[in-house]
Design a binder for this molecule. Structure first.
Ligand code: MG
Length: 243
């Protein structure tokens, strides 16, 4: 193994919670309107099960479509100009992004100290390092977390759109990350906290897939493609528990 491909939110930065809160507010607003319009009972977004299964790790608009499909709801795609809160896929996506950026601006971005220690250790060992995130705000989050000096390449939601890469659980973005670092997939380790993300790692034929379990879903991470599951990247620095 000569390269590391890191997911960002939930692996290096503590932004999974912020994403989750922004999604919950967005979907609950919509589901209340939908219940009022159809007379069906209001069933809120489940920030645990619904987030993990249908939203986490996926590109924003795929997250909207996948969750709504799980409730038997389909909305028109709309356009990127739809204002936040319009009942279209783009409108809900844009509301989520607005809420997310507000939260990042007001509260900043926290890193996982164990992940920073791990990044420093692999950099010192001469391993190549890239970020592979579905987030269209990848650059802002990396900068806010002050992680730029430790990373050599970035594939984010904007790269994916520009290059026509399919999002996780497809392996395209991780494959692009390996290519940017000039390594073959088998030489690269994928680090992911999302079910869609470890699935992408398995689908891409990477050398090793490390599932990072922040929320107690170790079995699900293994079932979706993780070769090993750790609670924090610092666990990989301890010889005794090393993978
Ligand atoms: Mg993640």
């Amino acid at each position: 193994m000569t390269a590391c491909l890191f997911d960002l939110d939930g692996v290096l930065t503590q932004t999974a919670r912020v994403h989750n809160a922004a999604w919950t507010e967005t979907f609950d607003d919509f589901l209340r309107r939908h219940a009022a319009a159809t007379g069906e009972p209001y069933r809120p977004f489940d920030p645990d099960a619904d987030y993990r299964r249908y939203v986490d790790g996926r590109p924003r608009l795929d997250g909207v479509r996948t969750f709504l499909a799980s409730r038997g709801i389909s909305l028109p795609d709309g356009t990127p100009d739809d204002p936040p809160g319009t009942d279209t896929v783009q409108g809900l996506g844009s509301q989520k992004n607005t809420l997310l950026l507000e939260r990042i601006r007001t509260t900043g971005v926290d890193v996982y100290p164990g992940s920073v220690a791990y990044l420093k250790a692999v950099a010192a060992a001469g391993l190549r390092r890239a970020i592979v995130t579905a987030s269209a705000n990848g650059r802002e989050v990396v900068a806010a977390a002050k992680l730029e000096p430790l990373l050599e390449a970035r594939v984010d939601g904007l790269t994916a759109r520009a290059e026509g890469l399919r999002g996780k659980p497809h392996p395209d973005t991780f494959l692009a990350g390996a290519k940017m670092l000039g390594v073959e997939p088998k030489q690269a380790v994928v680090f992911e906290d999302a079910l869609a993300g470890v699935e992408a790692g398995r689908a891409g034929g990477f050398g090793y897939v490390v599932g990072v379990d922040r929320v107690g879903q170790a079995d699900d991470l293994r079932a979706h493609g993780a070769d090993v599951v750790v609670g924090d990247l610092a666990d990989l620095l301890d010889d005794g528990r090393s993978a």
